[in-house]
Design a protein around this ligand. Structure first.
Ligand SMILES: [Zn+2]
Length: 266
């Protein structure tokens, strides 16, 4: 009898210990790298419809208030400046379409491979330089269509164990573009969106990644497809996703490499 009681008591203790360990291992917001003192290079330009200067002014203000040091460039030529690139922790690019020269691309690619992070949103990161598949290889996805153009849709948080998306509730975003993309099925998807049949019947119920993290070499890459209009980030959850993704991507030079591999077809 006493033996049985002891068995039950030790089982209860073991369960409590296991649960508390599990909880300790859960990544929290505090585990995201701080932006304080980080060198962030913001590169903006391309198609004017995305208001690159307005986006950069809005986001750089937030980042500066978190203690980041911001360098702005409205020219892709900055990617060839080794001194600036070597001193950079994170590149935020907002450059829709346009063209990148071989030398500019090489400067960008080399920096990310060596551990400079890359973060961005919408067409500023995943619809840049359409003629350059090598660039698309870095991002993990490429814009294809935005059915119905400006519409209302829902963003569903998928990964509640990742500090970028943990604690954010599913949310509605209004009067903006819902991106249909071609994506690498190995990226770690944090949030998704589902298409309806209101525009095209054949995409009804298709689920599309909307935020993800991945690596290119040693560089962390974060992407969010929201952001057709800088006002999209007046929606607090959208701003939170972008801001947390930026924090995560800023840490590749300082944090241990994470396993973001998340193959869909295994
Ligand atoms: Zn757009």
């Amino acid at each position: 009898m006493i033996k049985n009681k002891l068995k039950i008591i030790s089982l209860i203790f073991a369960t409590i210990l296991l649960l508390s360990c599990k909880n300790d291992n859960k990544p929290t917001l505090n585990q995201l790298p701080s932006l304080k003192g980080k060198n962030i290079l913001m590169v903006y330009g391309g198609w004017k419809g995305h208001q690159p200067a307005v986006f950069v002014a809005k986001v750089s203000k937030w980042l500066e208030s978190s203690g980041a040091k911001i360098t702005l460039s409205d020219s892709l030529e900055v990617y060839t400046n080794k001194k600036i690139m070597d001193a950079t922790d994170l590149i935020i690019q907002y450059w829709t379409m346009g063209e990148i020269t071989k030398e500019q691309f090489l400067g960008l690619e080399t920096a990310i491979k060596k551990g400079v992070g890359l973060a961005g949103c919408h067409g500023g990161l995943a619809d840049s330089f359409r003629q350059n598949p090598e660039y698309q290889y870095i991002i993990g996805g490429q814009w294809v269509e935005h059915p119905g153009k400006k519409i209302d849709y829902t963003v569903n948080i998928l990964d509640i164990n990742d500090p970028i998306s943990d604690g954010i509730k599913d949310f509605e975003i209004k009067d903006t573009e819902q991106y249909y993309m071609h994506v690498d099925p190995n990226i770690k998807v944090l949030a998704t969106t589902k298409f309806s049949d209101s525009i095209h019947l054949w995409i009804k119920d298709r689920v599309m990644p909307i935020a993800w993290k991945t690596y290119y070499g040693d560089g962390r890459v974060f992407y969010l497809s929201i952001g057709h209009d800088p006002k999209d980030f007046d929606t607090l959850e959208a701003k939170e996703l972008l801001f947390r993704g930026i924090r995560w991507a800023s840490g590749s030079k300082y944090e241990p490499k994470e396993n973001t591999l998340s193959a869909v077809y295994e």
